[in-house]
Ligand binder design. Sequence first.
Ligand code: HEM
Length: 682
Amino acid sequence: MAIKAGDTSRDARSRKPYRLLSISVSPYCELVRWVLEKASVPYQETCSVPVLHFFANKCKGGGIDVPLFISNEVTLTEARQTIEYIDSRVPPALMLYPSDSALNTETQRLLDVFFAKLITSVSSFSYSYCLPEKALLMPVITYKAPSWQTCLVDRFYSKFRARMEQSLPAGMHLIDGFRKTIEEVFTEVDGLLKDGRPFLLGDQLTIADISFAAMTGPLLAPNNYGSPLPDPLRIPEPMRVFAESLRSRPAGRHALKLYREHRPRPQLEIDHHPASTTPESRLSYLKSRLIACATGSPVQLKVFAWLRKHKPVCMLGKTVIISRDADVREALARNTEFTIAEINAPNMLRLNGPFFLGMDASETYTREQGDTRKVIKPDESQLITAIAKKHCQALVNAALPIGRIDMVSNLARPAAARFIAEYFGVPGQSETRLMYWMRSLFYDLFINLNNDRSIQISAEIAFRELGPYLLDLIAERRKLAKKGQVGADFLSRMVDMQVKKQISLDDDGIRRNISGLIVGALDTTNKVSTSVVNLLLDHPDWLSQAKAVVDDEIAFRHLCFDVLRFDTMATVMRRYARNDIDIAGVRIPQGSNVFVATGSAMFDESAFPDPQSIKTDRPLDRYLHFGDGMHRCFGEYVNRIQVPIIVGSVVRLPNVRKHSTLLFDGPFPDQFVLAFDAQPAK
Ligand code: HEM
């Protein structure tokens, strides 16, 4: 059966977070909330009164089951499917389903038991006692529900009660059956815990523990259940006595302990996706997209073609555009005349402190860039390949049964974030926060040409968190390095080299350089991979060419970077004319803003013969996607591997095609849902 599509529309400010349509007190909803909050996955919850929830669900393609879960890829109606969907997309360290196959089988068995026996018995048992007590139940079932629903259920409570008793089913005549089933499950769980293990499957907290705790929550009444429960002092005596007996059993104590020690605090309510940065209204979004379309790659490429032919060094007052390949390379090589400090340093100093992408040729540049480069080992490509492949494969695998993947938010962006976590050794307070930091800093440092204050504020908030976070991380890694425990990640190795005095950077120097590296590593990778896939899907002949060479690592890498010429990330490198400079027979006056059009050079026939066709034999070093000269991208050794891996994982999807248009958060791709023929996960 095909899985229902999600909702790809945009929020007022950005792509939508996951949404839950719920009955707040329902253990199914509590379970999904716990799984989301445990992994710090942002979501919005809309609560309804039981019975009336059906109308809200129906409008969004659901039925009677709660929660109805909506992402941009899917709409899911079953809690079990929902927790699997969420878990398979979170960073590996936060996954609740064990990767070990024997443990996984046992987890699934326990879930079968809990879902089949426990959840309905607990709900039906509790409602059987509480439904007759309107005053006891009303605050519970109307929590966060719209006021019209509260009024309606208050006015017609007896009808509501009858409907509930019928559909659950619930009623005093059924109590003994529910009690027996609950006790059976508790006996099984007591048995598992008999050997003193901390969790149901041993030493590892799994989804089985969390499911058990969430499903028994309405009876055991832990203090921090994610929604108000009936007042324990006012619940009917037999229910209270039964709940007390369960609380005192090993299984009950286990569930309460899980609540005390592992139930995260509820998330703050959000009104837009917290990994997005654009403080925009719908109107300003449309305006910026209109400008982006009018000035996007296809238009720029036409303008560049004209400039190359008629005005290769084009001066408009103090703005200069250099568009021919030879002149572009010459300008980037003449780095003492076409300088970068005037362009990049002010913002870098305001936020991060000095970083070599904001420095001109100097002893400091050579030392800092050199110290950073010393960390890269000769066989680094194996580590990069392994990390990039692992995360891409896991993310694509999660999407296979669904037949849809958001190439941005469920592939390129998390793959790049997980790469930063594992390769650079900086996971961030959460993946969402890391994404927010990286995007807002990159936006302000390199693309905030008008010094928009709201973009600056986002970056300042991000930097105030990132700076101390990195210093703590460095201190931690040094403690480990001094004990001889050095991780394989870049930061650990850098700190170890500092301890061994192989580099001269102090802690703040390491912080400045690591943050400079990672800021350049996330949304760049996302943008480039998304652009290549977008271009391939728009050009069936290029896509066929890509499919034909996808398993040939070298040819596919060339193809990706050749396609990228049609929508490269940075079409110009910005420089400042420190003196009057002559180039290609034209005098550029001192103080000019120079746009060195690398995006144009890659269509210059003298360097890229037959530039409109896609070729797999152009030398990689000729491409200018990563700049040229002394500031040529430090991360090129990463991008050459990571970008083709991300793109390749999409190209391999059977019958891959666009499902929705590409949405942006400011200049950054934010959502791009693709469809393909679903197949079982590997
Ligand atoms: C596909 C992704 C990427 C693209 C398109 C890209 C693009 C660029 C470009 C165009 C420049 C030159 C800027 C200029 O000359 O004004 C540059 C420089 C730089 N990039 Fe990247 N980059 C990417 C990924 C990365 C990664 C993963 C890292 C981290 C390892 C990184 C770190 C840097 C650094 C440190 C510089 C400055 C180099 C210097 O000044 O010596 N970039 N990048």
